[in-house]
Design a protein around this ligand. Structure first.
Ligand SMILES: Nc1ncnc2c1ncn2[C@@H]1O[C@H](COP(=O)(O)OP(=O)(O)OP(=O)(O)O)[C@@H](O)[C@H]1O
Ligand SMILES: [Mg+2]
Length: 248
């Protein structure tokens, strides 16, 4: 397998350990531009680590990682910033700046990283906040938001720069079913209307099957299944079959 013109993210034999603990062992997968990949796996199997490797918050011990045509494991800081600009990241814990209002959390990256006017920034922030159902909370501080609202605020911040590639770490965990399906729809809309490449870690198999085109399953550091829902369902790996099963 090699990256080609349609590649958004490509892992080639990526391994990552922390001390003596090997979290990922020679993991390879390809995500085509515009595709939605869902990463499934039990807790502690390296799903969040995988997303952090994509944005180069962590570096692999071995293997190569391509973002489109750039192999990022050898890139210098400035080059890496250029590649990172293509990527939006919803962290598992939302990672908002606690001393800034919601409006500031969204407008600061736009002011810092784009040449947009104040009016343009204003309308983009308002639009994204409306999309995630937080239009009334422009002036709210992150500490005053509920867990679910923080999640949606984190998603708004990931979306406001209109990334080509969106990484979402458990975007619906802790949300009620109705809000969760609204978030799933929003993610799906990003994919269908903006052709955003989506890589989502989730424990919610219903949402995963609604949004995902393809799935990878991690277990004990290994990628144990990779393919469409139907392919993972008929995998010979039992953990993979259980995780993709709608009755789980
Ligand atoms: N910066 C780090 N330093 C040391 N160990 C780490 C670090 N980040 C992750 N790990 C370890 O790597 C393993 C995988 O962590 P990761 O966060 O990727 O799990 P996960 O699959 O996202 O789990 P969950 O579903 O609970 O979020 C865990 O054992 C974790 O303790
Ligand atoms: Mg995680």
């Amino acid at each position: 397998m090699n990256p080609d013109d349609s590649t958004a993210v490509f892992f080639q034999s990526v391994s990552k350990s922390f001390g003596a603990k090997e979290v990922l062992h020679e993991v390879s997968f390809n995500v085509a531009a515009g595709e939605a990949l869902c990463i499934l796996g039990r807790s502690g199997t390296g799903k969040s680590v995988t997303l952090k490797l994509i944005i180069a918050l962590l570096r692999p011990d071995a293997g190569k990682i391509w973002i489109e045509q750039d192999e990022i494991t050898t890139l210098k800081t400035e080059e890496l910033s250029r590649v990172r600009r293509k990527i939006g990241f919803l962290f598992q814990d939302a990672a908002l700046f606690d001393s800034f209002t919601l409006y500031e959390n969204l407008s600061l990256p736009l002011a810092r990283l784009t040449s947009k006017s104040q009016e343009e920034i204003d309308s983009m922030v308002v639009k994204v906040l409306r999309e995630v159902g937080l239009a009334a909370d422009k002036k709210t501080m992150p500490s005053q938001l509920s867990g679910g609202m923080r999640k949606r605020a984190g998603l708004a911040r990931a979306l406001v720069l209109e990334p080509k590639i969106l990484l979402a770490d458990e975007p619906v965990s802790g949300l009620d079913r109705i809000t969760a399906s609204e978030i799933d729809e929003l993610l799906l809309q990003q994919k269908t209307e903006r052709q955003t490449t989506l890589i989502m870690v989730t424990h919610d198999v219903h949402g995963a099957r609604r949004v995902g085109d393809r799935f990878v399953v991690f277990d004990h550091g290994h990628l144990v299944a990779y393919g469409t829902a139907a392919e993972v369902e008929s995998s010979d790996n039992e953990t993979a079959r259980q995780l993709i099963s709608l009755s789980s």
